[in-house]
Ligand binder design. Structure first.
Ligand code: GDP
Ligand code: IMO
Ligand code: MG
Length: 428
């Protein structure tokens, strides 16, 4: 029996906060790790000793032998990308058989969704979102329009065929005359028909699985993808992804109730990054931003794109803490700030002579706010290798304490390097 805490892990910024590392770390004390939204737009990096794993769809708990991993109905799953990820795990000697499950209600991302994602991005022109082109938006559109294709449809060839034929009808403007091989629905059908055996082994009622596990006092980690500011309702819409990346997404994305969750852990990078377009008040388009990108190796784990970098933004984080109900935060990449002379933190926004303490919901306003900064002296000692909060350089302690006092949350973990061991456990 394991009486640990059931935690939702969410990114508090624009993604890439280090969720993969923290989920892997907390997975050691959990029985089940469940992903609740997003798809292969995510890139979650885990480094164990000298091995690097980048996972897109499979929960970050899979690296731990014996842990059960669940992909919920809220995820949009690219079956071909998923197969590649399974092959990667097998190459790495990770045995997932019998411990990886997918909700049969999860919608599929099929090749035509990726094609449409690219076509729509091009047609947006200068207002393009900068999506990952993984077909995420078009797949969620189909789901909400109620003509999506789900895992369960793979097991019923006649139904699958009909559904694909219907796609051809309703998406004629994309399919008719297209020379893109991803528009070839017969090929998609045939490729899917090679997969039922693989998915039969994995498809389950994920909600039921989690409820039964909960009744047996199993410890469950709910793994979010992307970040709070990319939430389709509460983020910087339309520069957002197409799912609820915030804690609420865990309930609908897995079919669980709030009583199953004991704590919401927010992952906060010690500075801010964003990939793709959209407002980013504390962005640094200068040498300081370059320095963060270089030291933090800020290049996308999924697309390889350089990430936009800037100072920590407490206005943005207050929003994230509120919309997720964050109890405690894991602060990552503190080591990237080592050696920086002066570190700034945005404590408010200024717009037309007025001071704002909260993120304005109107993007036109958010695009024009000016950050109000508080400057902290940096530290020279390395933070990597420290095992206790008290061992950190004094100025690093001052920086961290200021953040959590402002946000009125506790610190549970401080991450000072990409490896599992480069971690200070404060409250776990
Ligand atoms: P995720 O999408 O939130 O899982 O984050 P990503 O994996 O996309 O990006 C985080 C990057 O930072 C990865 O390359 C991690 O290996 C790395 N990383 C995570 N925590 C730390 C840390 O504390 N310090 C440093 N230097 N790198 C870290
Ligand atoms: P993880 O889980 C960072 C961004 C894209 C784009 C916007 C919409 O690794 O933190 P989409 O392909 O979802 O339609 O793109 O969202 N985006 C991410 N940025 N980390 C991610 O995931 C992201 N997933 C999507 O760059 O701006
Ligand atoms: Mg990532």
């Amino acid at each position: 029996m394991n009486m640990g805490k059931n935690r939702i892990i969410v990114g508090c910024q624009w993604g890439d906060e280090g969720k993969g590392k923290i989920v892997d770390l907390l997975a050691a004390d959990a029985d089940i790790i469940a992903r609740f939204q997003g798809g292969a737009n995510a890139g979650h990096t885990i480094i164990v000793e000298d091995k690097k794993y980048v996972l897109h769809l499979i929960p970050s708990g899979i690296i731990h032998p014996g842990k059960i991993c669940v992909i919920g109905n809220g995820v949009v799953l690219d079956p071909f990308g998923f197969k590649e990820e399974l092959d990667f795990l097998t190459e790495q000697g990770i045995d997932y058989k019998g411990r990886l499950f997918i909700s049969s209600a999860a919608n599929l991302v099929l090749p035509y969704h990726k094609m449409i994602d690219a076509v729509e991005e091009n047609s947006r022109g200068t207002s393009s979102i900068g999506t990952t082109k993984r077909g995420i938006g078009p797949a969620y559109v189909d789901k909400v329009a109620r003509h999506g294709i789900r895992i369960a449809d793979i097991f019923s060839p006649d139904r699958l065929k009909k559904r694909l034929e219907y796609q051809k009808e309703i998406k004629a403007k994309y399919f008719t005359g297209s020379t893109d091989e991803r528009a070839d629905l017969e090929r998609t059908f045939n490729d899917l028909m090679a997969m039922p055996d693989l998915f039969k082994e994995l498809a389950v009622d994920a909600s039921l699985l989690l409820h039964n596990a909960y009744k047996e006092d199993k410890t469950i980690l709910f793994e979010g993808a992307q970040g709070s500011m990319l939430d389709v309702d509460l983020g910087t819409y339309p520069f957002a992804t197409s799912s609820n990346t915030t804690s609420g997404g865990a309930f609908t994305g897995l079919g669980i109730g709030p009583r199953m969750v004991d704590e919401v852990v927010g992952i906060v990078k010690a500075y801010t990054t964003r990939v793709g377009a959209g407002p980013f008040p504390t962005e640094l388009i200068d040498e300081a931003g370059e320095e963060l990108r270089r030291k933090g190796d800020e290049f996308g784990a999924t697309t390889g794109r350089p990430r936009r970098c800037g100072w920590l933004d407490l206005v943005q984080l207050r929003h994230a803490v509120r919309i997720n109900g964050v109890d405690s935060v894991a602060i990552t990449k503190l080591d990237v700030l080592d050696g920086i002379e002066e570190i700034k933190v945005c404590v408010g926004y200024e717009l037309n002579g007025e001071t704002m303490q909260e993120v304005p919901l109107d993007l036109a306003e958010l695009n024009h706010v000016k950050p109000i900064y508080k400057t902290f002296p940096g530290w020279h000692d390395e933070t990597t290798g420290k095992v206790k909060f008290e061992e950190l350089p004094e100025n690093a302690q001052i920086y961290l304490n200021y953040i959590v006092e402002d946000l009125d949350v506790k610190i549970c973990i401080i991450s000072t390097g990409a490896k599992r061991t480069e971690t200070i456990k404060v409250l776990v």
